[in-house]
Design a protein around this ligand. Structure first.
Ligand SMILES: C[S@@+](CC[C@H](N)C(=O)[O-])C[C@H]1O[C@@H](n2cnc3c(N)ncnc32)[C@H](O)[C@@H]1O
Length: 378
């Protein structure tokens, strides 16, 4: 059983990873959370803290426990759900929340006292978040950052020096390092190309514009490329489950004039990128698309003729097929009786058990040295 009681100078809170799983192996906080919680005590603020990338609520829920307010921002709907669930489990109100694209408007109305920043592993997402600080906060606002040593990006210090000022590397603790800085950096001259990737896709004659933090943001993923060769030969109602930049659903829209596609992802940047890409590359398809940010197909009543899935196989930093297996179960529940799931997976990861429990009929319809594509039917 993993430890659930997080003790910090702000008090004790009970935290569980969300979605809840039997025999959970992951603890809901890490050394970087503990590092930042120590800094908060040293730097009490009367105004709310702006908190980035708090994946399960270690920061925002602990602040709330100590009577300090937080405005929380991450890219992931699962983090949003986790923070709310853990606040509620501790008898506390849900912390205030804004997605990154909403933050400029929110910060124009609401003053914050300082910034607590868990450094994300993807540098583009980090830079997109720092860009908002650079644009929207007054100079001189304190910013405290921390990340686990094993996850810190290699050129982190250079990146921080570009967007912030007075950056100092702090001593290591809890297998993490911290940095203190203040807002007021100028940002890089090439900011636009660092915050969005333009990807040519000559096979389709399209140019994708992907926001920072989206999976495979500078290319069409090689697993997705194999699945693109094995798409269904009819349209109907289609879910692009874990859509990322939207490549799979967009190909269905282009190939089948009767296809209606639900682009589904837990990442806000992914959903916004898929929306931008459909509008830019398939402007006439606007009436055939829907967008759903959430956990898989939860909250959707819709049944589908086809579901396309290139599943995530990490949770945080760890290789973990649990999310992929959960999405396979979602697919089985949301298919029409004559529908099909097309799934591309790495050869070395074993989904056979999950597929055979969820689907009566399964066959491999494409493969190469790295990936296989399954077609599964109820
Ligand atoms: C391997 S990427 C595939 C992206 C895209 N379909 C492609 O083929 O390039 C997996 C996607 O699943 C999303 N994802 C991860 N967990 C999810 C969840 N619980 N619900 C919905 N989407 C999720 C990730 O944000 C990511 O965009």
């Amino acid at each position: 059983m993993v430890e659930q009681l997080l003790s910090s100078p702000l008090g004790e809170v009970r935290l569980r990873c969300w979605p809840h799983r039997r025999n959970e192996r992951l603890q809901a906080w890490d050394g970087a959370d503990r590092y930042l919680l120590e800094q908060v005590v040293a730097q009490q603020s009367a105004r709310p803290w702006l908190v980035f990338n708090d994946s399960q609520g270690a920061l925002a829920v602990s602040l709330s426990r100590a009577g300090q307010a937080a405005l929380s921002c991450t890219d992931d709907w699962l983090a949003y759900a986790a923070v709310n669930a853990n606040a509620s489990d501790n008898g506390l109100a849900a912390p205030d929340w804004a997605w990154l694209d909403e933050l400029p408007a929110r910060l124009a109305q609401q003053a914050v006292g300082g910034v607590l920043f868990k450094v994300p592993r993807q540098v583009p997402l980090l830079e997109a978040q720092l860009a908002v600080l650079c644009q929207c906060l007054p100079p001189g606002m304190p910013v405290w950052l921390a990340g686990l040593d094993k996850h810190l990006p290699r050129h982190l210090r250079e990146v921080l020096d570009t967007w912030l000022t007075q950056v100092q590397t702090l001593p290591g603790r809890f297998k993490a390092h911290g940095f203190s800085a203040v807002t007021g950096g100028a940002g890089p001259a090439d900011a636009d190309s660092r915050l969005a990737a333009v990807v040519d896709w000559p096979e389709q004659g399209w140019q994708l514009h992907n926001r920072a933090g989206v999976f495979a943001w500078q290319q069409v993923d090689i697993g997705a490329r194999l699945l693109l060769q094995a798409l269904p030969d009819s349209g109907g109602d289609v879910a692009d489950l874990g859509c990322g930049s939207g490549v799979l659903g967009m190909a269905m829209l282009a190939q089948h004039a009767d296809a209606r596609v639900w682009f589904c992802d837990s990442s806000r940047q992914a959903i916004l990128s898929a929306g931008d890409n459909v509008a830019r590359c398939l402007p006439a398809a606007g009436s055939r698309v829907q967008f759903h940010q959430g956990n898989g197909l939860d909250e959707l009543q819709q049944r589908f003729d086809h579901i396309l899935l290139n599943p995530p196989f990490h949770r945080g930093a760890a290789v973990d097929t649990a999310v992929g297996k959960m999405l396979i179960r979602h697919a089985a529940r949301h298919l029409r009786p004559d529908g099909s799931l097309r799934l591309v997976v790495n050869r070395h990861l074993d989904y056979r058990g999950a597929l055979s429990r969820a689907f009566a009929r399964r066959e491999i319809i494409a493969s190469n040295d790295k990936f296989v594509v399954w077609c599964c039917r109820p």
